[in-house]
Design a protein around this ligand. Structure first.
Ligand code: FAD
Length: 184
Protein backbone atom coordinates (compact mmCIF):
# COMPACT_ATOMS: atom_id res chain seq x y z
CA UNK A 1 0.00 0.00 0.00
CA UNK A 2 1.47 3.38 -1.01
CA UNK A 3 2.16 5.86 1.79
CA UNK A 4 -0.40 8.27 0.36
CA UNK A 5 -3.20 5.74 0.84
CA UNK A 6 -2.70 5.80 4.58
CA UNK A 7 -3.39 9.51 4.41
CA UNK A 8 -6.54 10.54 2.58
CA UNK A 9 -8.28 13.75 1.69
CA UNK A 10 -11.10 14.87 3.99
CA UNK A 11 -13.68 17.62 3.47
CA UNK A 12 -13.97 19.68 6.66
CA UNK A 13 -16.16 22.61 7.72
CA UNK A 14 -15.30 25.13 10.40
CA UNK A 15 -17.69 24.69 13.34
CA UNK A 16 -16.22 27.16 15.83
CA UNK A 17 -13.14 29.21 16.74
CA UNK A 18 -11.78 29.55 20.26
CA UNK A 19 -9.17 32.16 21.14
CA UNK A 20 -6.53 30.32 23.21
CA UNK A 21 -4.14 33.28 23.54
CA UNK A 22 -3.70 36.56 21.63
CA UNK A 23 -1.74 34.77 18.89
CA UNK A 24 -3.18 31.22 19.03
CA UNK A 25 -6.65 30.18 17.86
CA UNK A 26 -8.21 26.72 18.14
CA UNK A 27 -10.39 25.82 15.17
CA UNK A 28 -12.89 23.00 15.56
CA UNK A 29 -13.78 21.42 12.25
CA UNK A 30 -16.64 19.03 11.62
CA UNK A 31 -18.12 17.01 8.76
CA UNK A 32 -19.28 13.44 8.25
CA UNK A 33 -15.88 12.34 6.90
CA UNK A 34 -14.13 13.30 10.17
CA UNK A 35 -15.50 10.10 11.75
CA UNK A 36 -13.15 8.16 9.40
CA UNK A 37 -10.04 10.08 10.48
CA UNK A 38 -7.32 8.72 12.81
CA UNK A 39 -4.54 10.21 14.90
CA UNK A 40 -1.68 8.18 16.33
CA UNK A 41 0.29 10.61 18.47
CA UNK A 42 0.03 14.10 19.97
CA UNK A 43 2.24 15.48 17.19
CA UNK A 44 0.25 13.95 14.34
CA UNK A 45 0.97 16.07 11.31
CA UNK A 46 -1.59 16.83 8.64
CA UNK A 47 -1.86 19.02 5.57
CA UNK A 48 -4.47 21.71 5.19
CA UNK A 49 -5.46 23.17 1.83
CA UNK A 50 -6.55 26.79 1.57
CA UNK A 51 -8.63 28.08 -1.34
CA UNK A 52 -6.66 29.96 -3.99
CA UNK A 53 -9.26 31.48 -6.25
CA UNK A 54 -12.79 30.38 -7.08
CA UNK A 55 -13.38 26.62 -7.20
CA UNK A 56 -9.87 25.49 -6.21
CA UNK A 57 -11.03 23.18 -3.39
CA UNK A 58 -13.72 21.67 -5.62
CA UNK A 59 -11.05 21.04 -8.27
CA UNK A 60 -8.90 19.27 -5.66
CA UNK A 61 -11.77 17.03 -4.51
CA UNK A 62 -12.78 16.23 -8.07
CA UNK A 63 -9.32 15.16 -9.15
CA UNK A 64 -8.74 13.30 -5.86
CA UNK A 65 -11.81 11.14 -6.65
CA UNK A 66 -10.13 10.08 -9.88
CA UNK A 67 -6.75 9.55 -8.18
CA UNK A 68 -8.08 8.15 -4.91
CA UNK A 69 -4.86 6.22 -4.16
CA UNK A 70 -2.58 9.21 -4.62
CA UNK A 71 -3.84 12.51 -3.16
CA UNK A 72 -0.44 14.13 -3.65
CA UNK A 73 -0.31 13.17 -7.32
CA UNK A 74 -3.83 14.58 -7.70
CA UNK A 75 -2.75 17.80 -6.00
CA UNK A 76 0.34 18.14 -8.21
CA UNK A 77 -1.75 17.50 -11.32
CA UNK A 78 -3.86 20.62 -10.78
CA UNK A 79 -2.94 23.65 -12.90
CA UNK A 80 -1.04 26.30 -10.90
CA UNK A 81 -3.96 28.73 -10.96
CA UNK A 82 -6.34 26.17 -9.41
CA UNK A 83 -3.98 24.49 -6.91
CA UNK A 84 -4.95 25.35 -3.30
CA UNK A 85 -2.14 26.42 -0.96
CA UNK A 86 -0.96 23.50 1.20
CA UNK A 87 0.49 23.94 4.71
CA UNK A 88 1.47 21.56 7.51
CA UNK A 89 -0.44 21.55 10.82
CA UNK A 90 -0.95 19.28 13.85
CA UNK A 91 -4.07 17.52 15.08
CA UNK A 92 -4.63 19.00 18.54
CA UNK A 93 -7.58 16.72 19.32
CA UNK A 94 -9.75 14.30 17.39
CA UNK A 95 -13.25 13.23 18.50
CA UNK A 96 -14.37 10.82 15.74
CA UNK A 97 -17.51 9.90 17.70
CA UNK A 98 -18.60 13.55 17.34
CA UNK A 99 -17.03 14.02 13.89
CA UNK A 100 -14.86 16.85 15.27
CA UNK A 101 -11.18 17.65 14.90
CA UNK A 102 -9.28 20.56 16.51
CA UNK A 103 -6.32 22.35 14.94
CA UNK A 104 -4.58 25.32 16.56
CA UNK A 105 -3.22 28.11 14.36
CA UNK A 106 -0.58 30.69 15.18
CA UNK A 107 -1.74 34.07 13.84
CA UNK A 108 1.32 35.73 12.35
CA UNK A 109 -0.34 38.25 10.07
CA UNK A 110 -1.79 38.65 6.62
CA UNK A 111 1.41 37.35 5.01
CA UNK A 112 0.57 33.74 4.14
CA UNK A 113 -2.51 31.82 3.01
CA UNK A 114 -2.91 29.83 6.25
CA UNK A 115 -2.54 32.71 8.70
CA UNK A 116 -4.66 34.94 6.43
CA UNK A 117 -7.42 32.32 6.36
CA UNK A 118 -7.23 31.96 10.15
CA UNK A 119 -7.57 35.71 10.71
CA UNK A 120 -10.80 35.91 8.71
CA UNK A 121 -12.32 32.43 9.13
CA UNK A 122 -15.99 32.10 10.06
CA UNK A 123 -18.09 29.05 11.01
CA UNK A 124 -19.28 27.36 7.84
CA UNK A 125 -16.02 27.97 5.95
CA UNK A 126 -14.77 24.88 4.14
CA UNK A 127 -11.25 23.49 3.84
CA UNK A 128 -9.60 20.25 2.78
CA UNK A 129 -7.30 18.22 5.01
CA UNK A 130 -5.15 15.15 4.50
CA UNK A 131 -4.92 13.00 7.62
CA UNK A 132 -4.53 9.31 8.48
CA UNK A 133 -7.46 7.18 7.39
CA UNK A 134 -8.87 5.08 10.24
CA UNK A 135 -9.45 2.08 7.96
CA UNK A 136 -5.95 2.04 6.45
CA UNK A 137 -3.65 -0.90 7.04
CA UNK A 138 0.11 -0.90 7.48
CA UNK A 139 2.52 1.21 9.52
CA UNK A 140 1.21 4.29 11.29
CA UNK A 141 2.78 7.43 9.82
CA UNK A 142 3.12 11.14 10.35
CA UNK A 143 4.48 11.68 13.86
CA UNK A 144 7.86 11.85 15.62
CA UNK A 145 6.92 11.46 19.31
CA UNK A 146 8.12 7.95 20.11
CA UNK A 147 9.63 8.19 23.62
CA UNK A 148 11.89 5.30 24.63
CA UNK A 149 10.34 2.96 27.18
CA UNK A 150 11.24 3.78 30.75
CA UNK A 151 12.29 7.35 30.03
CA UNK A 152 12.39 9.38 33.25
CA UNK A 153 13.29 12.90 32.12
CA UNK A 154 11.95 14.73 29.10
CA UNK A 155 12.95 18.16 27.81
CA UNK A 156 10.59 19.59 25.21
CA UNK A 157 11.67 22.64 23.23
CA UNK A 158 9.07 24.18 20.94
CA UNK A 159 8.46 27.36 19.01
CA UNK A 160 4.91 28.78 18.84
CA UNK A 161 3.90 26.57 15.93
CA UNK A 162 4.92 23.45 17.86
CA UNK A 163 2.93 24.39 20.98
CA UNK A 164 -0.07 22.27 19.90
CA UNK A 165 2.21 19.21 19.68
CA UNK A 166 4.05 20.09 22.91
CA UNK A 167 0.78 20.60 24.82
CA UNK A 168 -0.53 17.28 23.52
CA UNK A 169 2.68 15.51 24.58
CA UNK A 170 2.48 17.02 28.08
CA UNK A 171 -1.08 15.73 28.38
CA UNK A 172 0.10 12.17 27.69
CA UNK A 173 2.91 12.09 30.25
CA UNK A 174 0.87 10.74 33.13
CA UNK A 175 0.04 7.61 31.13
CA UNK A 176 3.68 6.85 30.31
CA UNK A 177 5.87 4.74 32.59
CA UNK A 178 7.11 8.12 33.84
CA UNK A 179 6.01 10.20 36.79
CA UNK A 180 5.69 13.96 36.22
CA UNK A 181 7.40 16.00 38.95
CA UNK A 182 4.04 17.33 40.18
CA UNK A 183 2.88 13.79 41.04
CA UNK A 184 6.03 12.52 42.81
C1 FAD B 1 5.25 19.14 11.37
C2 FAD B 1 4.72 20.57 11.45
C3 FAD B 1 3.60 20.83 12.23
C4 FAD B 1 3.08 22.14 12.31
N1 FAD B 1 1.98 22.37 13.09
C5 FAD B 1 1.51 23.63 13.20
C6 FAD B 1 0.36 23.90 14.02
O1 FAD B 1 -0.27 23.00 14.61
N2 FAD B 1 -0.03 25.21 14.13
C7 FAD B 1 0.61 26.24 13.45
O2 FAD B 1 0.21 27.40 13.60
N3 FAD B 1 1.68 26.00 12.67
C8 FAD B 1 2.13 24.72 12.53
N4 FAD B 1 3.22 24.49 11.72
C9 FAD B 1 3.86 25.62 11.07
C10 FAD B 1 3.15 26.05 9.78
O3 FAD B 1 3.22 25.01 8.81
C11 FAD B 1 3.87 27.31 9.21
O4 FAD B 1 3.84 28.36 10.15
C12 FAD B 1 3.33 27.77 7.87
O5 FAD B 1 4.38 28.40 7.17
C13 FAD B 1 2.18 28.75 7.99
O6 FAD B 1 1.72 29.04 6.67
P1 FAD B 1 1.24 30.49 6.21
O7 FAD B 1 0.51 30.26 4.93
O8 FAD B 1 0.51 31.15 7.33
O9 FAD B 1 2.56 31.32 5.93
P2 FAD B 1 3.63 31.12 4.73
O10 FAD B 1 3.01 31.43 3.40
O11 FAD B 1 4.25 29.75 4.84
O12 FAD B 1 4.71 32.21 5.07
C14 FAD B 1 4.45 33.61 4.82
C15 FAD B 1 5.37 34.45 5.65
O13 FAD B 1 5.07 34.28 7.03
C16 FAD B 1 6.22 33.84 7.74
N5 FAD B 1 5.74 32.88 8.75
C17 FAD B 1 5.24 31.64 8.52
N6 FAD B 1 4.88 31.06 9.69
C18 FAD B 1 5.18 31.96 10.66
C19 FAD B 1 5.05 31.95 12.08
N7 FAD B 1 4.54 30.91 12.74
N8 FAD B 1 5.45 33.05 12.78
C20 FAD B 1 5.95 34.13 12.12
N9 FAD B 1 6.11 34.20 10.78
C21 FAD B 1 5.72 33.12 10.08
C22 FAD B 1 7.12 33.21 6.70
O14 FAD B 1 8.47 33.27 7.12
C23 FAD B 1 6.87 34.08 5.51
O15 FAD B 1 7.61 35.27 5.56
C24 FAD B 1 3.73 23.19 11.61
C25 FAD B 1 4.84 22.92 10.81
C26 FAD B 1 5.33 21.63 10.73
C27 FAD B 1 6.54 21.37 9.86
Amino acid sequence: MAAQQRYRLFAITLARRTQVSPSLVRFTFCGPQVAQMATYAPDQRIKLFFPEGEGSLEALFNIAKLEEHDWYGAYRALPDARRPAMRTYTIRALRPERSEVDVEFVLHGDNGPASRWAMHARPGDQLAMTAPAANAEGPKLGYEWKPPRGVRRILIIADETALPAAAGILETLDVLPFTPRSKR
